[in-house]
Design a protein around this ligand. Sequence first.
Ligand code: CP3
Length: 359
Amino acid sequence: MTVLLNDCFLRALLRQPVDRTPVWMMRQAGRYLPEYRRVRERAGSFMSLCTTPELACEVTLQPLARYRLDAAILFSDILTIPDAMGLGLEFVEGEGPQFRHPLRTADAIRQLPIPDPEQSLGYVTDAVRLIRRELGGRVPLIGFSGSPWTLATYMVEGRSSREFRRIKGLMYEQPELLHQLLDRLAQAVGRYLAAQIAAGIDAVMVFDTWGGVLSPAQYRAFSLDYAAQSLDGLPRERAGRRIPAILFTKGGGQWLEGMAAAGYDALGLDWTTDIGEARARVGDRVALQGNLDPQALYAPIPRLREEVRAILAGFGPGSGHVFNLGHGVWPDADPEHVGAMIEAVHEFSPAIHAAGRNA
Ligand code: CP3
C-alpha cells in the first residue's frame, strides 16, 4: 500500500499527537479558483466534471498545487446517490440542483433501488483510484456522502429548499414511510462509502447539511440514528490503517453529546459553536473539525489571521483538532485570503502543540 508522506490529518482525527494542526477546507476545489472555472467551462457542466474521472482528478488536485493543505477531498457531489437511484439529477445554471423525478408517492419510495456503487457509481470509484495514484501518498484522500436525512430532503423536495414543506409534511403525516426511505438511504450510503474505501480513500465524511432544521427529538429520530446506521458494517480499517469517519451537521452544535456517541471518530463544527466549549463537552470521545466563519475570508488579512489564531487557541493545546471552515468556501472568496488563512494555521499552530507537550 502507498506510504503516506503526510498523515497529520489522519492522526488528528484519531486524537494522536501532531506537531501542527492539519488544515483543509470544505469545497476547497471549486468556483473561487480561476483554474477550476476554466476546467468547468471546458467540461461544459458540473455533472460532466463529476462523471469524467480525469477531470474530477484534475480539479481535486488544483487546490493542493496552490496551498499547503493536509488533505484532498474527492471531487464529486452528495447527490450522486439519488441520481444512481434513478431520480435524474440536473444542475440548472443559477438555480442549483434539481431532480427530474422527485419522490412524490409511497410506491416510488417503496420501490427505490439501492444502487450497486461499482456499477452505477463506477465513475466515482474510478476517480478515487486515479486521484490516489496521482496523489502518490502526498496527503490523505477524503471520501464522502450526504447523510440519509440530507439526501432525503433533496429527493422529496426535488431541489434545494428553504421551507422543507414536503419532507416535513411527510414526517408529520407518514413518519413510517419516511423511516422506510431513510433506512434504504442508510444502506445505500453504507455501500457507497464501503466502495470508496475499497477504491482507496483514507477517511470518510458524512455531510448532514440540513440536520439543523430539525427539532431535538426529530434530529435524533430522523437524522442522527440513520447517520449512525450508515456506518453499520462499514470496514473501518484498510491494510491495518484506521479509516476515520467524520460527521458534520450544520446547525448541530446543540447536539454534540449525542453526535459524539454515534460511532464517528470526529465531528465537524459550524462557526456558531465555540470550539473550546465544544471540546469541553465532547471530551476525549471524538476529535473536532472546524470552525472558522467562511465569511471571515472577506476580512482584511491581518484580521483574518487573528480569527485563525482565536480558533486554534480556543481549541487549545493537545491533539484532536483539524482546522477547517465552518461550512464550504463561498465562490466569491479571494484565493489570496484562502492562502493567508492556511499559512496562518501553519504559522501559529506549532507553538500550541509544543506548549501541550511541555505542559
Ligand atoms: O468539498 C469539495 O471540494 C468536494 C466537492 C463537493 C461538492 N459538493 C462540489 C460541488 C462536496 C463535498 C459537495 C457536497 C455537497 N453537495 C453538499 C454538502 C456540503 C454542503 O455544502 O453543505 C450539498 C448540500 C451538495 C448539493 C449541491 N451541490 C448544491 C446545493 C450545489 C449548488 C451550490 C451552488 O452554489 O450552486 C451543488 C453544486 C456543486 N457541488 C458545486 C461544487 C464545486 C458547484 C457547481 C458548479 O461548479 O457549477
